[in-house]
Ligand binder design. Structure first.
Ligand code: PRT
Ligand code: ZN
Length: 216
């Protein structure tokens, strides 16, 4: 039995775009655990780790509070939630960008076009920072999903959402005009990890790096 002080509590997205690659990463590192059983918490049978399966939006807060020691989350969510944690490792998967888009027919000249207009987004913090940097005063309309529909229902002149292939924008009659943030999956850790847990984290990082080196 491992010393319980060294057991690393790892928060992963329960199901979604980060889950498959996160689960695969541990598998490739030779760390066994059961997933997909509906359980929200499980232990590894061969590594001092416990896994919590959560909504991605909750992961930064759990890591900040120390309920989880580390977590895997999209950088977009980490920055938007503004929780305090160390960015320990960039994992290179779930790459995407946060972009502003407008209806295809709009004659877009530049970000100044948004002065006095409104933009719908689920990322109000990142968007507000960007607009401030650009000196643009626009209204930010926060909505939690189906952001791409906003211009066609008259809710906003533009949208700011996650893009990967661009096909969602295209099928909603939108064109990407500004990329404001680039994201990938990151491993974050609690700022005050005990030494014993830090040692376990280092063992994990060693394996992750070895797996990634072997793949490149
Ligand atoms: O249920 P839970 O809250 O845990 O998950 P979620 O639905 O909030 O997140 P999820 O699983 O959709 O995404 C998790 C993370 O994956 C995001 O925070 C990003 O870091 C990353 N990621 C990578 C993406 C995409 N690619 C992506 N394409 N997140 C979302 N999308 C969506 C986007 O919002 C848009 O609706 O996919 C659509 C666009 O895709 P394309 O390919 O048509 O451009
Ligand atoms: Zn989410």
């Amino acid at each position: 039995m491992p010393n319980t002080d060294s057991i690393l509590r790892i928060a992963l997205q329960k199901s979604g775009r980060l889950s498959e690659d996160s689960f695969r990463l541990f598998k490739e590192c030779g760390i066994k655990f059961e997933s997909g059983t509906g359980k929200l918490k499980t232990s590894s049978s061969n590594f001092p780790a416990e896994f919590l399966f959560l909504r991605d939006d909750d992961i930064p807060g759990y890591v900040e509070d120390g309920v989880a020691d580390i977590g895997i989350v999209g950088e977009n969510v980490f920055v938007e939630t503004n929780r305090k944690a160390e960015v320990t490792y960039r994992l290179g998967f779930s790459k995407c960008r946060l972009s502003i888009a407008v209806p295809r027919g709009v004659d877009y000249k530049g970000v100044d076009d948004f002065q006095g207009k409104s933009i719908a987004t689920s990322y109000p913090r990142i968007l507000a920072n960007y607009l401030k940097e650009q000196g643009v005063k626009a209204e930010i309309h926060e909505i939690s999903g189906s952001v791409e529909i906003a211009p066609s229902i008259g809710l906003a002149e533009g949208v700011c959402d996650i893009v990967s292939s661009g096909s969602t924008l295209l099928s909603n009659g939108l064109k990407e005009v500004e990329t404001i943030f680039r994201s990938e999956a990151i491993l974050i850790s609690n700022k005050k990890l005990a030494k014993s847990k830090h040692d376990t984290l280092n063992k994990l990082l060693f394996r992750i790096k070895a797996v990634q080196t072997a793949q490149n």
